[in-house]
Ligand binder design. Structure first.
Ligand SMILES: Cc1ncc(C[n+]2csc(CCOP(=O)(O)OP(=O)(O)O)c2C)c(N)n1
Ligand code: SF4
Length: 356
């Protein structure tokens, strides 16, 4: 994979986080994507989220498949572990890595092609297992890397750059994830950093699978009239359903802060396992981000009306993530003594006898 190193000059006024690291320490090498590609804005939001959360880069594992989107982990967190898997296979590699070492924070980055076609079964089972990971789906409605073929998220009737009309139905990753039991489902837009960064922070704090579907226009192959994943169309049809903010566990509100500036029934707090809080505000009347069936029908209704609902759409902080469900050992496998990992021939014989 091609990469360009960034110049080492640093702006001395950059503010360090609690670890003494600046946002530059959360960057990667220079992007080689097309100028204006939505994926680069998502990279900037991911960089910011990790920096603001004070996550040590060496405690992160970033994984991806194949596609322009899947190239992007190279562009953030140079100090993290990384694995660029085969096309569509990232969820299985991520699941295996998490099974072997739960101490790391996992982020998977994929495209709509990588996730919804060749990798659909892989993504579905990672969701079902509730693997503890942030899964960013950079959704542009095309296979950007292979020059703009319609992907499975392209809307029926939308036009390709070359004038063809897409005859097939579209898959909606949000509805798919909700139906598979995902415990954290959000949608955002690459051009809306102020919405995306808090969503990414909440997703990283969530214990379990967090799907963040980000509409990310492909300026080279899918940003024209007739596309429903262009900057223009997304800006016109995006409707923020709820505003979600993430509040760290030890946060002390500044004296005099007014926290109740929303009418009753339009604000709700959900506490995550680590004591941090997701605060939902500006919730439309009757919308409950904890009611899976109601969220599904809301998203479907909006979709039929040609509206793209964005925000943290669904959250179930109580879902049992993969390690809890399988009662796995807490210690990373690499740190277990050899005798525990390989108890010897006698123990294997006894196990086999017990099945006869
Ligand atoms: C097994 C296999 N089949 C097909 C390809 C060709 N291929 C490369 S990337 C890609 C799709 C990329 O689309 P997406 O995941 O949406 O990423 P984008 O480039 O749009 O960000 C395809 C079909 C491949 N690399 N490997
Ligand atoms: S081809 Fe599209 S998706 Fe790929 S880098 Fe260029 S703008 Fe981004």
């Amino acid at each position: 994979m091609s990469y360009i190193k960034k110049p080492s000059a640093r702006n001395p006024s950059l503010k360090p986080n609690a670890l003494g690291l600046t946002v530059r320490d959360y960057e990667g090498v220079m992007s080689t994507l097309c100028a204006g590609c939505g994926h680069d804005s998502i990279t900037a939001a991911i960089t910011r989220a990790f920096y603001e959360l004070d996550v040590p880069p060496h405690m992160v594992a970033k994984l991806s498949g194949i596609g322009c989107s899947s190239k992007t982990p190279t562009y953030f967190l140079s100090g993290a572990h990384g694995f660029n898997s085969a096309h569509g296979r990232m969820p299985a590699i991520l699941t295996g890595a998490s099974a072997a070492n739960r101490d790391l924070t996992y982020i998977g980055v994929s495209g709509d092609g990588d996730s919804l076609s060749i990798g659909l079964g892989q993504m579905a089972h990672a969701i079902r297992r509730n693997v503890d990971a942030l899964y960013v789906l950079e959704n542009n409605g095309v296979y950007g890397l292979t020059k703009g073929q319609f992907s499975a998220s392209a809307d029926p009737g939308s036009k390709s750059k070359y004038g063809e009309t897409n005859p097939q139905q579209a898959m909606d990753p949000v509805l798919l994830a909700l139906s598979l039991g995902a415990t954290f489902v959000a949608r955002s837009f690459s051009g809306d950093k102020s919405q995306l960064v808090p969503i990414l922070k909440a997703a990283l704090a969530h214990r379990g699978f967090a799907l963040v579907d980000v509409i990310s226009p492909c300026v080279t192959f899918n940003d024209h009239e007739g596309s429903t994943k262009s900057y223009r169309y997304t800006r016109q049809h995006d409707q923020e359903v709820v505003e979600a903010d993430w509040i760290p566990p030890d946060f002390v509100p500044p004296a005099g802060e007014i926290t109740a500036d929303y009418a009753a029934g339009t604000s709700a707090d959900v506490t995550l396992h680590d004591g941090s809080v997701v605060r939902f505000t500006k919730i439309p009347e009757g919308y409950d981000p904890g009611d899976r069936d109601a969220v599904v029908s809301y998203v479907r209704r909006k979709r039929t009306a040609g509206v793209v609902p964005t925000g943290l759409l669904f959250l179930d902080p109580g879902g049992s993530e993969m390690h809890a469900a399988n009662r796995t050992v807490a210690t990373p496998l690499a740190q277990l003594p050899y005798e525990s990992l390989c108890p010897g021939a006698a123990a294997l014989d006894a196990l086999q006898r017990s099945y006869r």
